[in-house]
Design a protein around this ligand. Structure first.
Ligand code: MN
Length: 430
């Protein structure tokens, strides 16, 4: 496991890009990578720094040693090739970009390659070949299970095997893309009845984190759990939109299908494993009596979790008209995962499945287990039985057209600069 701290984590480091200093998301200690375009220019790799985006291919020749090759790989509409190079390449790039943005002697050559983020359009960072959504949020699993099986919420496999399903990659959208309310078959009002068909009436979000695969593995050659982190490109925020009425009708026996294939939204910035190094933390201990993971899932979990805080907020059309601030629906930590990111990768590949650069692994809904930590509306409203009230008096059981869901995440720790993931935001349209 590579968790090393170096000069790029120095909390006292400042950039000559002044908006970066004290920036809640993108100080020079973060340097997340994404794909942007400016005006009619081509999509290409960029690094967020304060209120600006550094054009990677543009700045390649102006970077100090170690940055050139990686920056040139950013000269592409997606970053699969850059991240396929593995963590060493990203480590070199981070060091070079950090120096270029902190050492004033680089300013003259680097500054022409900065674009105001407000003038840029962000795109998906990868061509996503495969998307897998896990179910690691144990409090979410208990809450959802309780709706169906009050006496026995967790199925007997949950604590032995990381549960997941293969999702749909073609409908993964970058933050800011509208989400069209899906139409589909819905569970009959009465048992044995005819299913309803129409626009979903129980449209929900799921607060998740995205784990991106960097370097892949060959078919038939599993990734050992102890090496799994070397295969992670970085982390973003994921909203796994879910149509609960479609889901309730179709999910047995093979799991989610149309209830989740109409859209999944990700935040555009890939926060790298090196940026997250100071915020790694112990995987919470398993409850007494829980089984030990099988040997292929056992590893050193002393720094295997991510000290990331997440939150989900909503605005409605009425709130926006009135100029109201988004209302926070819930918040909680990423440590709500029952399985570590490394265990997810080891498990995913143990049968020989080949992971590819740009594969997206969703953590599953991360509900904190504390009040105010519910990661979906179905939990907040107890399956749609009760409404939640917004500050302006509006009520919601599920999402209505025009509602906008905003997810944010950040990492904070004494002695280190706070870094953020940015936003995962999208509006429901009818
Ligand atoms: Mn999910």
């Amino acid at each position: 496991m590579t968790i090393e701290l170096d000069f790029t984590h120095d909390a006292n480091a400042t950039s000559w890009v002044e908006s970066a200093n004290g920036h809640p998301d993108f100080p020079v200690q973060n340097l997340p990578i994404g794909v942007f375009s400016h005006g009619d220019s081509a999509r290409r790799g960029g690094v967020a720094i304060g209120d600006f985006i550094l054009d990677l291919p543009g700045v390649a020749t102006a970077l100090p040693e170690g940055g050139y090759d990686a920056a040139l790989l950013g000269n592409a509409p997606v970053l699969n090739a850059l991240f396929a190079e593995g963590r060493d390449m990203l480590f070199s790039l981070r060091g070079a970009v950090f120096t270029a943005l902190t050492d004033a002697s680089f300013r003259e050559d680097v500054e022409p390659h900065l674009y105001p983020a407000s003038e840029c359009t962000m795109h998906l960072p990868f061509l996503v070949h495969d998307y897998t959504d896990f179910y690691t949020g144990i409090h979410h699993a208990v809450n959802i299970g309780s709706l169906f099986r009050p006496d026995n919420p967790l199925l007997p496999n949950y604590k032995h095997v990381p549960i997941g399903y293969h999702g749909r990659s073609s409908s993964i959208c970058v933050s800011g893309t509208d989400v069209k309310r899906p139409t589909g078959q819905q569970k009959p009002a009465e048992e044995g009845g005819t299913p309803e068909f129409g626009p979903s009436k129980r449209l929900d979000y799921e607060l998740e984190m995205a784990i991106w695969i960097g370097q892949g593995n060959d078919l038939g050659d599993p990734i050992p759990v102890g090496e799994a982190e070397e295969h992670i490109a970085g982390i973003s925020i994921l909203n796994d939109w879910s149509a609960r009425d479609i889901q309730a009708w179709e999910y047995q026996p093979l799991g989610p299908f149309l209830a989740k294939n109409f859209a999944s939204t990700v935040s555009p910035w890939v926060v790298t494993m090196d940026a997250l190094a100071p915020f790694r933390t112990a995987q919470p201990a398993r409850a007494e009596g829980d089984p030990e993971p099988l040997p292929y899932l056992q590893h050193d979990t002393s720094h295997a979790a991510f000290g990331i805080q997440m939150e989900v907020l909503i605005t409605t059309p009425k709130m926006r008209e009135a100029g109201a601030e988004p209302h926070r629906l819930s918040h909680g930590p990423m440590t709500a995962m029952y399985w570590t990111a490394a265990q997810l990768i080891a498990h995913h590949s143990v049968g020989g499945c080949n992971m590819q650069p740009g594969d997206l692994l969703g953590t599953g809904t991360l509900t904190s287990g504390e009040e105010g930590g519910e990661g979906s509306l179905i939990e907040l409203t107890e399956g749609g039985k009760k409404s939640i009230s917004l500050p302006n008096g509006e009520e919601r059981k599920f999402l209505e057209d025009g509602d906008e869901v905003i997810m944010r995440a950040y990492a904070e720790k004494d002695g280190y600069a706070r870094i953020g993931m940015g936003e995962c935001r999208a509006r429901i349209v009818g």
